[in-house]
Each structure stands twice: as C-alpha cells, then as structure tokens.
Write a protein that binds this ligand. Structure first.
Ligand code: NAD
Length: 499
C-alpha cells in the first residue's frame, strides 16, 4: 500500500510540507508505514502564526454565542463521525476499538462543555463601588495560542484544548504527535464543515524544530502541552522565559492502594483494566499496585496471574483486550525495563515479552508483564515505563503506602480500594496527588471538572479543561467607570478610596 502524504492545515487550506523533512507514521499492528508526515520549518510556523493572528482580528470580535453555535455544529458532526474518528485513532495508535471509542467520547464531552462558554466568560458587575462609580470585570481572549500533544490520545488531548480556546475567542495552532497525526486532520475537516472561519484552527506537523519556533514566537501568547516530563519541563521553562502563559502536563507513575478490607474481585478487575488497557500507554494507567499486607499481595497475584497470561492481544478490529505499542523502538524500550527490573531483584511473575500475534508478525506487540517485590529504589519503580507492565509493591500499613506515594516525583493520579469510608476520606484529603480515585482506578475528571497532576506531572498553574481551561485561555480585565455630571472638581492627589 502506498503511504499517504499528509499536509499541514494553515489558514483554512491544506498546505504541502516545504522543509523537505518528513517522519514515518506506522500501522503499529503490522509494522507497515502508512503515511509520511511533513516536519514544519520555522518559516512555515511563521506563516501559520501570521494566518492565525489575522483570523484573531475578526474571531475575537465575533459574539461568544455565535462562536458557540459553531461548536454546536462541530458537536453534531463529531457525534455523527465518532466511529470513523475512532477508526483513524486505532489505525495509527493501535488501541482497540472500544478504547478508541471511549477516547473519542471523552473528547466529545469537552465540546459539549465548550458550547456553554458564553455563560462562563460573562464576567461580574458591581454597582456603586464608590459614589457614582461602577465596576465590572470581563474575560478576554489571549490571541494566538498553541497546543502540542502526545501520541497516546491523538483525538482526546487536542479536544481538551482547542474547543475551549476557540470558543473563548482565541485562534489555535495544533502541533499533534508526529506518530499519529491523522485524527487531528480529521478534526480540522469537521471544524471546517461546521463553518469555522479560516485561520481560527490550524495544524502544523513536526518535531522539536516546529515546537521551538512556536515557543520563541512573539505572537504566540500561550502554550498548552501534554507529553513526557522532560519535554513538559522544557516547554514550561522556555515558554515562560519568552513571556507566554504555559500549562505543561507531564508523565506519571500512578499508584493504586489495595487495603485489606477491599473487595478483592473488584480490585483485581480494576487493576487489570487500568494496568493493561491501551497496553499501559495512558498517563492515568495504574503502573504500581500497592498491596497493604502480604495476604493482599498474594491474593492479588493469585487472581491476576492467570488473567494476565490469558489477555487477548491483537489488532484493533478484533475483540482483543489490548493492541500493540506505538513503535518498535518504544516496545524495545519497554522490554529493556523488564531486563532491568529482573536484574535489580524484582520478581517477574508474568513475562509477556515473547508473545506472538498470528498474522501480525511485523507488529509492535508485547504481552502483559507483572513484577512482585518491587522496591522504591528500583528503576522500574522510579521511571515511567508506559507499557503493559504492572509493579506490585508490598507495604506493611496504610501509612507506609501513603509515604511511598509522597516519595515519588510524579503525582498525576492515584486510587485507593477500600470499604472503609474513614480511610477513603483521609486518603482523598491528605494525598499529594492531583487526581484521586476512591474505588475508581482511572479517575480522569469529566469535562466540567479539570484535569491535572501535581509535582513533576504538571508545570504551570492551571489544570486543563473545565473552568481551569476557561481561565487559562482568557485574561481578566476589570473596568472602573464613572459618568460625572457638573463642573470639574479639580485634581485629586490622594489614592482613590471609598469614603
Ligand atoms: P513526548 O513528550 O515524546 O511528545 C509530546 C509532544 O512533544 C509531541 O508532540 C512531540 O512531537 C513533542 N516533542 C517531543 N520531543 C520534543 C523536544 N525535544 N522538543 C520539543 N517538542 C518535543 O510524549 P509522547 O511519547 O508523545 O507521549 C507519552 C507521554 O505523555 C507519557 O510520558 C505520558 O505520561 C504523557 N502524557 C501525559 C498526560 C497528562 O495529562 N499528564 C496525558 C497523556 C500523555
């Protein structure tokens, strides 16, 4: 099959790549190259920013209700095309059909939220803050804003950003992951069909060169980033140094505590889905199970081992539980962690390195792996593996389990499984992690709430989507107004006060 040649999308038009640099996009289930994606140069970024800046002039003046109406049309089109979007996600990412559908649905919910933005930016008004003086505040868009997104949610993560940014009156440049860029291109088609004016939403593909050009550009006012922690930190420090507002979400090592009073069947189900769903390539995947007490650890291992060994692994169109990893290189990196874990003394209970998927010999598949007796100094405990590998740590008490979580550099999500309301409440209040699940293994906040981790899982002050998104994509302005009548009263040299 001939590899498709992808294009940028700038100012409402598809534009051929002009830098001469390209990347390969694979079907990870077969290993085949299915598309070539152009990598933008700084000049191409310049042209895109200019188009977005031009579009901002009229888009920011368009009444919010009319902007929201376009989002309503986009929402209808997304609902109509959800299955097709899911297929595009699966083809380039490899996640199974139901998983891709879930990602699309969670993205659609952000668009539903965005249609309500006229209410959220309507501001505040105070009558008579002084004699004959009124005050009001309003939220105004920032200008051209950019989003840089990871491979693991090629539809949902862009949807966390641009519906809110655009409906707030900004114009948007998306730099999607170069590994699975086609979902973003399809979103652009739907936005165009929904009647979005040209230049309001743009896509430039690329690597570090494109990202750096966005980070250094004076006309880009804010950057939203989701990806790995080293890059998130780089984006935050570089972007803020260049005067931009930045929210940069990074990596994770999410712990799930299982208390002795938990329902072990439910905890096992939760661990299976949260550790191995999407082949562990989720920033909210549970990658560490913390068993409180040896009995809990032994019970969980006894229940999980046969289930991990019989996971159905295959391409998206089958009834598989999980698909391949994103690239051969990433799969090899995950496999190397298994060697490291074994060398460092963890007990490999299930080894999924050598599975074969008939008919998909060139695919980037790997089976589920389970380590027992993992300790905090091990590499497999400290680093984000981002694959189907679960580390089980044995803690003596609840307090030990909490200390473990507090000692880790990442603090994206966490969960506790217990039947005790007091323990659950204490955990929710005390734990130093951004997103917490109580008997919910993957506590991804819904669209009306906001998504974000703590510590080295997020650089910046605002979480993503929900009201945090509205605040991130708008500047607050406060106006104090008087309409004096009668003769001038003369200069007043003291600081204005309400006496
Ligand atoms: P990544 O950091 O490699 O890439 C993310 C984006 O940054 C891509 O668009 C990529 O092109 C760009 N990029 C890569 N290297 C760059 C560089 N040197 N300079 C500038 N830009 C660069 O991440 P990934 O592998 O695509 O995604 C997986 C990672 O994302 C995991 O660490 C995962 O935990 C994280 N993630 C976090 C969240 C969250 O909400 N916290 C959500 C999804 C994924």
């Amino acid at each position: 099959m001939q590899a498709a040649q992808l294009k940028h999308y700038t100012g409402g038009r598809s534009v051929e790549g002009g830098s001469g640099r390209y990347g390969d996009v694979f079907n990870p289930a077969t290993g085949e190259i299915i598309a070539r994606v152009p990598f933008a140069s700084a000049q191409e970024i310049d042209a895109t920013v200019a188009a977005a800046k031009k579009a901002f002039e009229s888009w920011s003046e368009t009444p919010p209700a009319r902007r929201a109406r376009i989002m309503f049309r986009f929402l209808e089109l997304l609902n109509k095309n959800a299955e097709k979007l899911g297929e595009i996600v699966s083809r380039e990412h490899g996640k199974v059909k139901t998983d891709a559908e879930g990602e699309v649905q969670r993205g659609i919910e952000i668009v539903e939220f965005a249609t309500g933005i006229p209410s959220f930016i309507k501001g505040e008004y105070s009558d008579s803050v002084g004699t004959g003086v009124d005050s009001y505040s309003l939220r105004q868009p920032l200008g051209v804003v950019a989003g840089i997104t990871p491979f693991n949610f090629p539809a949902m993560v862009p949807l966390w950003m641009f519906p809110i940014a655009i409906t707030c009156g900004n114009t948007f440049i998306l730099k999607p992951s170069e590994r699975d860029p086609s979902a973003a291109m399809f979103l652009a088609e739907l936005l165009e069909e929904a009647g979005l004016p040209e230049g309001v939403f743009n896509i430039v593909h690329g690597d570090k060169e494109a990202v750096d050009a966005l980070l250094h550009h004076d006309d880009v006012k804010a950057i939203s980033f989701v990806g790995s922690t080293p890059i998130a930190e780089y984006i935050y420090t570089t972007g803020t140094k260049h005067g931009k507002r930045v929210q940069a979400l990074g990596g994770a090592k999410n712990h799930m505590i299982v208390m002795p009073d938990a329902d072990m069947e439910q905890a096992t189900d939760a661990l299976m889905g949260a550790a191995y769903g999407s082949a562990g390539e989720r920033c909210m995947a549970v990658s560490v199970a913390v068993a409180v007490g040896d009995d809990v650890a032994d019970t969980l291992i006894g229940k999980m081992k046969p289930r991990i060994e019989s996971l159905k692994i295959g391409p998206a169109e089958t009834d598989a539980d999980m698909g391949p990893l994103i690239t051969a290189q990433h799969r090899d990196k995950v496999k190397a962690y298994i060697d490291t874990g074994t060398k460092e003394g963890a007990k490999l209970v299930v080894d999924g390195r050598d599975i074969k998927v008939p008919g998909c010999e060139g695919g980037f598949f790997m089976g589920g792996c389970l380590f027992d007796n993992v300790t905090p100094e091990m590499t497999i405990y400290r680093e984000e593996i981002f694959g189907p590998v679960l580390c089980l740590v044995r803690a003596k008490t609840y307090a030990d389990a909490v200390r473990l979580i507090h000692g880790h550099e990442y603090a994206n999500g966490t969960a506790i499984f217990t039947r005790d309301g007091g323990t659950a409440r204490a955990f929710a209040r005390d734990i130093e992690v951004g997103m917490v699940g109580i008997n919910v293994p993957i506590p991804v906040p819904v669209a009306t709430h906001s998504f974000g981790g703590w510590k080295r899982s997020l650089f910046g002050d605002q979480h993503m989507h929900g009201m945090e998104g509205v605040r991130f994509y708008t500047k607050l302005k406060t106006v104090t107004a008087r309409w004096p009548e009668g003769p001038a009263q003369g200069a007043d040299f003291h600081f204005p006060q309400n006496k």
